[in-house]
Design a protein around this ligand. Structure first.
Ligand code: GLA
Length: 380
């Protein structure tokens, strides 16, 4: 049974009638990591792994939700004091609250949802969940009057205010704006964005999941962000987007060695995104790949969000001659993203599985990336 039928069956079982189906997607990011909350550039795309929900207004003052994957049910009212205990349900509660805070309308509804975005792999399953419900509640209760950027911000504020993660806008943006076969370059200062067709001829994009779980709440993620904000303040700029290496070097003796390294990574990463976009348009995959390796190095040594397993996967990629490879997403576990020549693909995957298994006692998971649409209504 596919995910749609599973949800539909469960919805009928629990709530009797039929609702409307909505979905939103997880995301990859080709390059531009930890730049979003620094006003820099990101270059993500939505993928063919989704969270899907069937939803129906229920005419009462309550939200009743069932999660198929967690096999758990939650019920809550729409006022601030009604926050549910289960962490998964807080994402949905948060989205409802954030819509209401912005003057939007949310009434009671019933929902059943499920997904195939791997959890904790750095593919933003939480943004997919937030975007799916934000899109759906906009459609069902607000006549789609809330614009797409605001939908993304509703998801981001949910993370900040209900889930303890001080994230940037990239994941929710990608999930809401995702378009089949296109990556999107977003300028996180001006919020201007551009779609880039993505057909890397002769190459495949593949994720290698270390299956090391990361937890961003109360995590070093928030500390990284705090470091960047400290340095920006010291340099007298709003965000590190407006800082240069010259400015940073001039202030070196006034900041900690750790803060220096964090800011250095962010300043360098800004340019790499622009380089990769140009190289992609020119069909210059060698440059795209070279920048990806540089990003990995920076994330590992300067930003310090990698881990032994991901560094190991990056080494294997390099040794196999993979064009580009790097840790993807917030870090502290999850996947590497790899740009691999078609003829090298089988060899690389076999090597990655065998060598990782030999060292860590389990194989990494492999996901081929298919760039797909983001938040949407789904036909039954
Ligand atoms: C997480 C956050 C994003 C972004 C990335 C790192 O995915 O949710 O906002 O900061 O990490 O690029």
């Amino acid at each position: 049974m596919d995910i749609k039928e599973t949800i539909n069956k469960k919805f009928k079982e629990r709530f009797g009638e039929e609702g409307t189906l909505f979905a939103s997607a997880g995301r990859i990011n080709l390059i531009g990591e930890h730049t979003d909350y620094n006003g820099g550039f990101v270059f993500p795309g939505a993928i063919d792994k989704v969270i899907m929900a069937e939803i129906r207004p229920n005419g009462i003052d309550k939200v009743r939700v069932f999660s198929i994957d967690i096999n758990d049910y939650a019920e809550f009212g729409l006022n601030e004091e009604n926050a549910p205990e289960q962490s998964w349900a807080r994402y949905i509660f948060g989205v409802c609250r954030e819509i209401i805070k912005r003057g939007g309308s949310v009434k009671g509804f019933d929902a059943v949802f499920a997904g195939n975005v791997p959890l904790g792999a750095g593919l933003s399953s939480s943004a997919a969940l937030e975007s799916c419900f934000a899109f759906a509640l906009n459609d069902l209760f607000n006549g789609n009057a809330i614009d797409k950027f605001e939908l993304a911000r509703i998801g981001q504020s949910t993370e900040h205010n209900y889930c303890g993660v001080n994230c940037g806008i990239m994941d929710q943006f990608a999930s809401v704006f995702g378009k089949k076969d296109h990556l999107m370059r977003l300028d996180c200062r001006s919020m201007e964005y551009e779609y880039f067709p993505f057909h890397p001829e002769g190459h495949k994009l593949v994720l290698v999941d270390s299956v090391v779980k990361h937890e961003l709440a109360d995590s070093p993620y928030n500390k990284r962000r705090a470091s960047c904000e400290r340095v920006a303040k010291r340099l007298g700029v709003e965000t590190l987007r407006d800082a240069t290496m010259e400015m940073l070097n001039a202030a070196k003796s006034d900041i900690t060695a750790e803060d220096y390294l964090r800011a250095k990574f962010v300043i360098e990463e800004k340019q790499r995104v622009l380089d990769v976009c140009d190289a992609l348009v020119a069909g210059d995959y060698e440059t795209v790949g070279a920048r990806m390796y540089e990003t990995h190095h920076g994330l590992s040594k300067d930003y310090e969000v990698s881990c032994e397993e991901l560094d190991f996967l990056n080494d294997i990629a390099r040794e196999c001659g993979v064009t580009g490879s790097r840790i993807m997403g917030g870090g502290f576990g999850g996947c590497t993203i790899n740009l691999v020549k078609d003829e090298l693909y089988d060899h690389f995957i076999a090597e990655a599985k065998a060598r990782f298994n030999e060292r860590y006692g389990h194989e990494p998971k492999i996901y081929d990336v298919i760039i797909s649409d983001g938040a949407r209504r789904v036909e039954k």
